[in-house]
Each structure stands twice: as structure tokens, then as C-alpha cells.
Design a protein around this ligand. Structure first.
Ligand code: C2E
Ligand code: CA
Ligand code: CA
Length: 672
């Protein structure tokens, strides 16, 4: 290991130079290699050509001084340690020397070899430490700069140099660093330099200086941005319909919440496509999907800025439209949708024609929550569906409250059906001449838990329209057959069957299974159907009715005279009975025309060999008329009101029903 220490002495006084050299050489155990320069320029060129471990520099150098020399070499990035030699002890010079980068200072007047040696060793060791520090500094990831107490850059690493150069031009020099520190470091927030982003941190040191670190966070921010984009993308996917690209129900919910919060007026247009289901069923889902895309595209063209189009269900769209100028704007938009959707679509090679029903509700007048607004727009849309004249309807509180009640009622009825809370009452049918009880008509009863009994014609119609009639029919069928099978006399039970049941359900099977499970003989069962069943699909109805008759039961045509049945259909169908509607009977003693109608009906029945039943018999005069004209059966409040099954037992046991007994009848059956 080479222990030689290379020393450069810079002193303009040759005598002083010799003294210093001699003093150095007194130290016997060191190998000093000594060079001497008398002018700073010479010293500088020596430094450039050789490598020195330390420079011993006189403070007074003729016109210049050691401090300027140190400044000069430091400015040229020469880091060799310099020991300043002063003639007199002057504190301010010493301090200035240290500030500009001197390692130490010695008083020339009391130089000793030991002192010199110690100073040199110390300077070299210190330089090594400095070196290590600057190596570390230049290898840390951050740009670091130490500022003096006046905020001027004092020391910085190469990264800091790079950053500050990037500021203006790429030349590395101190003025860049100065300008950078002055212009940029005082700014608040993150620092942007040549497309990179730096996080700035300034920590104050105890001695008034401060350390600035700049941490490059560009890649971090890039990663964040990418994640944000990815997150936005998946959030977008979650809120949009993958098929049509417009927002889905989730997106809609978010949007409407925002709009409600903002308090601005808006309208909801609820659109439901007509005949879309058929397209799907007949041509398949692919065609259906393509059609939906085309519908969406046309709808988009109708929308203006601020209209928010969403597909909230299969063929259901909702558009949120901001309102500034009243309802006309919604009408215009709805009409545009209608025109766009009703025009023919071409999907594949097929021409498709569909329609649309549009219901509109407005915020805040017709609802302050998304649920209410949507439900109101939906109700208006259903009214639009039912309206033959206009497929666009605005929500109307009066009109639509009825619909809302109806909806609640449907829900309640559905629940009642699930719980089998449909009761059956029975109304007697008697022989006109003997007044014997021939049987009972089963009549459905529903008591609403809050509002009490609901009229059967109302809930039956509701059930027919909402696919509930099959269940009600089956409940009535089972209960009626079960009850009738246990009656003390084997009189008939008549059950009303809705046209919907004939058309849509396997009524044959239902009847057979009811008979089988209750043990009621088929000849005690009678089914009442209205003539409307004949209207729809004549051949099919005929087929079903013949099948039913083949089971061994009898068939009655209900409400005869109120429908449109033709004579030919009457002849074709295998009815055993015609029930003359009570609207003809109840007032017949007061209106001659009604008498004529009933007389004609009875004659018709005779000729067709069908038994005639008069409904709505309320007074003795009715019975007298029926006896006179040869009607066979009667039903009405005078004979008996609809009663519970328990009352049927009493009624039969008390002997008020004489069906199977040959005892004389009371003149009038007791009306309850
Ligand atoms: P409907 O088949 O014509 O039943 C006879 C209706 O006339 C019953 O009304 C009965 O209470 C009423 N009525 C009987 N005698 C008189 C009378 O002397 N004067 C007056 N003013 N009315 C009388 P309800 O029970 O209200 O039933 C109404 C309709 O509901 C029935 O008319 C029937 O079409 C339907 N319905 C009842 N239960 C069922 C059922 O289980 N299934 C089906 N599909 N329809 C049913
Ligand atoms: Ca009936
Ligand atoms: Ca009737």
C-alpha cells in the first residue's frame, strides 16, 4: 500500500514556502511528496495534471487570496482538501474559509511539524468521509440539495443537478441549480420538471440550513393512473349493459340519485317495447339481441345532451330527461322514440315491426324517490299499453292511483291464493215446479285482511287478467268437490269455470284429479261456462267441452243472453243447461220486454232440449212467471243466498231443501 502523501503548497512568498516544506519534512515517519506553486494559476494546472491528497494554501496571494482560490477550484468541481494558512489570527477569515470549502486553517506563525501532520491527516480523513458521503448522495434515489441559511444551494447531488438542468437546458452548472432553487422550490404542491413529477420535501436543520429532497413519483403516479383507468373501466362495465352499451339499472340508480340530490326538475320516460317477446320467441335470442341494439341506436339519435338513456330490463328502457321548459319537451322526445321504434327494422334479412308504450312521470311533483318515480312512470306506461289511441301517457295521480290500488290488490290476492285463503260459498238451485233443492252453485269468496270482503266479479276479473284464475279455479274446485262429497244428500254442485281456464290450462286433468281425490261422482258435478269461451277458438273450446262431458259431468252455459253466441254455436256445443242471466229475470215482472226475452229463451231451451235455469229469482212473481212458462230450474235470493258449507248442512238437514224428499215444500224457501 502506497503511503506517500502528495502535497501541493501554494504560497506567493518563497521563504514561507521553504519554512513550510522544512517543517513538513521534520516529520520523520511520513513520506511526503511535495510540490510548490507560487501563483494560483500554476497551482490549478498542477492540480489538473496530478492528483494531490491535500493543498496547503496561503491566505494572502498577492492580488488575490486563498478564499478566492478555493471558490475557483470548487466551482470547477475540484474536491481536493485545502488547508488555509493565515498570517494572523482572524476569525472571520477562518470562518469564510470553512464556508467556501476549506478543510482546516492554520496560523503560519506557530506552525509545528506535529500540528501540520495532524491537520493533514485530519483533512485527508475528512475528505475521504466527504467522498463517501457524496458517493452515497449521488446514489440515493432522490435529488438532494442542502441550502444555506439564506436559502442558497450549498451542496447537492448529481440527481439534483440533473433535475435542475432539466428545468431549462441540459447544461450542468451552478447557475442552473441557483435558478432552479429560486424559481421552483418555492412553489407549492408537486413539482413538474420535463414531464416528470417530483414530490418535494424540505427539512430544516438546527443550524438554519435546510435539506431539500425531491422524490421522483412519476412512475408511481403512472401506476396510480393505470389503476384508476382499470377501476373506472370495471366500474363502467358494472354500470352498463354489455349488449347495447347504454347504462343499466345500476347506472340508472346512481344517476337518478344524483339528479334527485341536485333538486333539479326532470322527467322519467319509461319505455316498454311491444311485441318484442314474440320476436325473441319466434326468431330466437340472437335476432332479439340485434333488434335491441338497433332500437337503442335509434333511441340515442332522439336524445339530446343531458338525456340519460338506460336499459333497465329485457325490453324496458328508461330515459331521464332534464326539464327546463315544461312537458312539451318530454312529449317531443317520446314522439321521437315512438316514430323511431315503430319504423320497420331489418335484422338479418327479416323485416320486423314492433311498437312501444311510454309512461312519463316527473320529479318532484310525482314522486321524490327513485322507487316512486319509476313505479309511477311504469303505471303510466301500462295505461299507455291499454290505450288504443296514444301510446304515450303522462302519469296522472287520480287515474293512476286506481291502478296502484289494483296492483296492491293483485299482490294481496296472490298471497291469499298461496295461503289458500279463498273460501267457497254455496247458493242453492231449486226445481221450479217442486221447489226441491237440486244442487248448489259454488261461489268464490275472498276477504281482504284490511278492507274486508271483495266482490267476486272484481277479484275474479283481476285473477283472469293476471294469470291467477287457474289457481283460484283449482282451489274452488277442490274445496267444492270435497264439501259436496260430504253433504248429507247427493245433490249436485255447480262450479264456475273461466274461459281462461278452458283456453290456457289443462282443465280436463284438473277436473279429473279433483273428482278422483274427493271421491265425488262425476254425475254430481256441473261446470258453468260463459258463452265467451266459444268466441276465441271455437274448435279448441268444442274439443275441451266434449272431453269434459265425456267425464260424465254436465255443462251449463252461464249468463245466457249477455254475450254474442249464435244459434249455430249453441247447437254445436254439448250444453245440458242454459242459465238465463239474472239481469233479464230480476226486473221481468216490471218490464214486458224482459218477459218476452225470458219467454223466448225458455222456448229456445225446450226446442234445443236443454234445461233452462233462471238466475236472480227474488220475488214470488218471478216463480209464478217461471212456472207458467215452463222453466225447469231457478236460483236466487228468494230460494237461498250464497251460504257457508256449514250452513249448507243445516239447510239440507232442516228440510228446507227438499231435493230428495217427497215431503210438501214450504211455499218459499227461506231467504237469508
Ligand atoms: P254468476 O256465476 O252469475 O254467479 C251468480 C251471482 O249472482 C253470484 O254473485 C250470486 O251471489 C248472485 N246472485 C244469486 N242470486 C241472486 C239474486 O237473486 N239477486 C242478485 N242480485 N244476485 C244474485 P257473486 O257470488 O257475487 O259472483 C259473481 C260472479 O263471480 C259470478 O257470477 C261468477 O261469474 C263469478 N264467480 C264467482 N265464483 C267463481 C269461481 O269460483 N270461478 C269463476 N270462474 N267465477 C266465479
Ligand atoms: Ca255461475
Ligand atoms: Ca250467472
Amino acid at each position: 500500500m502506497n503511503t506517500d502523501i502528495h502535497i501541493l503548497i501554494l504560497d506567493d512568498d518563497p521563504d514561507d514556502t521553504l519554512i513550510i516544506r522544512d517543517t513538513l519534512l521534520e516529520t520523520a515517519d511520513r513520506e511526503y511528496v511535495i510540490s510548490v506553486a507560487h501563483k494560483p494559476a500554476d497551482a490549478f494546472s498542477y492540480i489538473e495534471q496530478n492528483s494531490y491528497d491535500v493543498v496547503l494554501c496561503d491566505y494572502r496571494l498577492g492580488a488575490t487570496n486563498g478564499i478566492d482560490f478555493i471558490k475557483d477550484i470548487r466551482a470547477k468541481n475540484v474536491q481536493v482538501p485545502v488547508i488555509l494558512m493565515t498570517g494572523v489570527s482572524d476569525k472571520s477569515v477562518d470562518e469564510e474559509g470553512l464556508r467556501v470549502g476549506a478543510s482546516d486553517f492554520l496560523n503560519k506563525s506557530d506552525l509545528s511539524s506535529a500540528l501540520l501532520d495532524k491537520a493533514i491527516r485530519y483533512a485527508i480523513a475528512n475528505a475521504a468521509r466527504q467522498n463517501l458521503l457524496s458517493t452515497v448522495l449521488s446514489n440515493v434515489e432522490s435529488a438532494v440539495c442542502v441550502l444555506d441559511e439564506d436559502g442558497r444551494p450549498q451542496l447537492w447531488n448529481s440527481k439534483f443537478q440533473d433535475v435542475s438542468s432539466g428545468q431549462k437546458d441540459a447544461r450542468h452548472n451552478d447557475s442552473n441549480v441557483d435558478a432552479f432553487v429560486e424559481n421552483t422550490l418555492n412553489s407549492t404542491g408537486v413539482l413538474k420538471v420535463s414531464g416528470r413529477v417530483f414530490e418535494k420535501n424540505i427539512s430544516d436543520l438546527d443550524d438554519g440550513r435546510s435539506v431539500v429532497t425531491l422524490h421522483d413519483v412519476s412512475s408511481h403516479i403512472e401506476a396510480l393512473r393505470e389503476r384508476e383507468i382499470a377501476e373506472n373501466k370495471s366500474a363502467h362495465l358494472a354500470k352498463h349493459c354489455p349488449l347495447t352499451g347504454v347504462a343499466n339499472r345500476l347506472g340508472f340508480n346512481e344517476k337518478i340519485r344524483q339528479e334527485i340530490d341536485s333538486g333539479q326538475r326532470f322527467q322519467l320516460l319509461n319505455l316498454d317495447l311491444n311485441k318484442f317477446k314474440e320476436v325473441n320467441d319466434v326468431f330466437g335470442h340472437e335476432t332479439g339481441d340485434e333488434l335491441l341494439c338497433k332500437v337503442t341506436a335509434r333511441m340515442k339519435k332522439c336524445c339530446e345532451d343531458g338525456d340519460y338513456l338506460t336499459r333497465i330490463g329485457g325490453d324496458e328502457f328508461v330515459v331521464l330527461q332534464r326539464l327546463e321548459d315544461g312537458e312539451e319537451k318530454s312529449t317531443r322526445l317520446a314522439e321521437c322514440f315512438q316514430a323511431a321504434i315503430e319504423r320497420d327494422f331489418v335484422v338479418g334479412k327479416r323485416k320486423l315491426r314492433i311498437g312501444v308504450s311510454i309512461g312519463i312521470s316527473s320529479f318532484p311533483d310525482q314522486g321524490r324517490t327513485a322507487e316512486v318515480l319509476l313505479s309511477n312512470a311504469d303505471i303510466a306506461m301500462y295505461r299507455a299499453k291499454a290505450n288504443a289511441e296514444s301510446c304515450i301517457q303522462f302519469f296522472d295521480t287520480d287515474l293512476d292511483n286506481a291502478i296502484r290500488q289494483r296492483r296492491t290488490m293483485i299482490a294481496d290476492l296472490t298471497e291469499a291464493i298461496e295461503n289458500k285463503d279463498i273460501d267457497v260459498h254455496f247458493q242453492p238451485l231449486a226445481d221450479v215446479n217442486t221447489q226441491k233443492i237440486l244442487g248448489f252453485e259454488a261461489l268464490a269468496r275472498w276477504t281482504h285482511p284490511e278492507t274486508g270482503p271483495v266482490r267476486p266479479d272484481i277479484f275474479i276479473e283481476l285473477a283472469e287478467e293476471n294469470g291467477l284464475i287457474e289457481s283460484i279455479g283449482n282451489i274452488v274446485m277442490t274445496k267444492a268437490c270435497e264439501n259436496a262429497a260430504a253433504w248429507p244428500y247427493p245433490v249436485k254442485v255447480a262450479i264456475n269455470v273461466s274461459g281462461v281456464q278452458i283456453r290456457h290450462t289443462d282443465i280436463l286433468n284438473d277436473v279429473q284429479s279433483a273428482l278422483f281425490h274427493t271421491g265425488l261422482p262425476a254425475n254430481r258435478l256441473e261446470l258453468e261456462v260463459t258463452e265467451s269461451v266459444l268466441l276465441d277458438d271455437f274448435d279448441f273450446a268444442l274439443h275441451v267441452l266434449r272431453g269434459l262431458k265425456n267425464l260424465g259431468l254436465s255443462l251449463a252455459m252461464d249468463d245466457f243472453g249477455t254475450g254474442y253466441s249464435s244459434l249455430s254455436s249453441l247447437i254445436s256445443f254439448p250444453f245440458d243447461k242454459l242459465k238465463i242471466d239474472r239481469s233479464f229475470v230480476t226486473d221481468l215482472d216490471r218490464q214486458q220486454r224482459l218477459k218476452n226475452v225470458v219467454t223466448t229463451c225458455i222456448g229456445l231451451g225446450k226446442n234445443l232440449n236443454m234445461r233452462m235455469v233462471a238466475e236472480g229469482v227474488e220475488r214470488q212473481a218471478h216463480i209464478d212467471f217461471l212456472v207458467e212458462h215452463g222453466c225447469q230450474e231457478m236460483q236466487g235470493f228468494l230460494i237461498g243466498r250464497p251460504m257457508s258449507n256449514a250452513d249448507v248442512h243445516d239447510y239440507l238437514m232442516r228440510g228446507e231443501g227438499y231435493a230428495l224428499m217427497d215431503t210438501p215444500k214450504p211455499s218459499v224457501a227461506v231467504a237469508r
